[in-house]
Design a protein. Structure first.
Length: 97
């Protein structure tokens, strides 16, 4: 199960291999901020508190936008964080502003 938390809404959803955290949040009606869906605006920035190893490797867009310090601290871009393996994942939308 995946737990996604937006600004005011938290929902548990079924994992879908190949789907991004942002896509799952949108489909579930979670108020997850985003603007571009391409990895440049960082409004979909989130912190993954459980199951980070179940996500695909960080993308070039994430390295460019977040950098190694934030990635090491568990931050990802929701539009770029794609589920690679099913399992328990928890993530909270944490935009800069």
């Amino acid at each position: 199960m995946i737990t996604l938390s937006g600004k005011t809404v938290t929902k548990a959803v079924e994992p879908q291999v190949g789907a991004s955290l942002l896509k799952l949040a949108q489909e579930a009606g979670v108020d997850w901020l985003y603007n571009c869906s391409r990895g440049t605006c960082a409004k979909c920035r989130c912190v993954v508190t459980e199951g980070a190893s179940l996500l695909a490797e960080s993308t070039d867009e994430e390295w460019d936008r977040l950098g190694p310090e934030e990635l090491d601290a568990g931050y990802r871009l929701g539009c770029q964080a794609v589920i690679a393996k099913p399992g328990a994942i928890s993530a909270k939308n944490k935009p800069y502003f």
